[in-house]
Write a protein that binds this ligand. Structure first.
Ligand SMILES: [Zn+2]
Length: 116
């Protein structure tokens, strides 16, 4: 997982976030790029996609999955064949995402907010 700094807009891996507790920063962490005190935003997690097309892809992906799931629930089709058909429909998405948007798929970036 990565964070995007809300000040300098740089992205960095979560493990590179600097713990500023010793220097008196009790909340959040410090951006390794610009050194500002920021925190993640667990109540309002903001996903940062590497491109607009990537964002659209993931919205469609999640939308398909939800619709398929609702369809199964509502239709009363719940044999393993039905589930296999629906889950099978996810596979092309996974392959496409794997090829086109591996960063967003395996190492998503979330936004941060300033510490007041
Ligand atoms: Zn920064």
């Amino acid at each position: 997982m990565n964070y995007q700094c809300c000040y300098c807009k740089e992205e960095f891996p979560a493990i590179e976030a600097i713990d500023g507790y010793q220097e008196g920063y009790k909340v959040g962490f410090l951006c390794p790029k610009c050194g500002k005190n920021i925190q993640d935003n667990p109540m309002n997690e903001e996903w940062v996609f590497s491109s607009n097309s990537s964002k659209i892809f993931f919205v469609i992906f999640v939308g398909y999955f939800l619709l398929a799931w609702i369809f199964l629930e509502v239709s009363g089709l719940n044999t393993w064949v039905d589930y296999a058909a629906v889950l099978g429909g996810v596979i092309p998405f996974l392959i496409y995402g794997h090829i086109k948007y591996p960063k967003d798929m395996y190492s998503p970036t979330i936004g941060t907010k300033p510490v007041k």
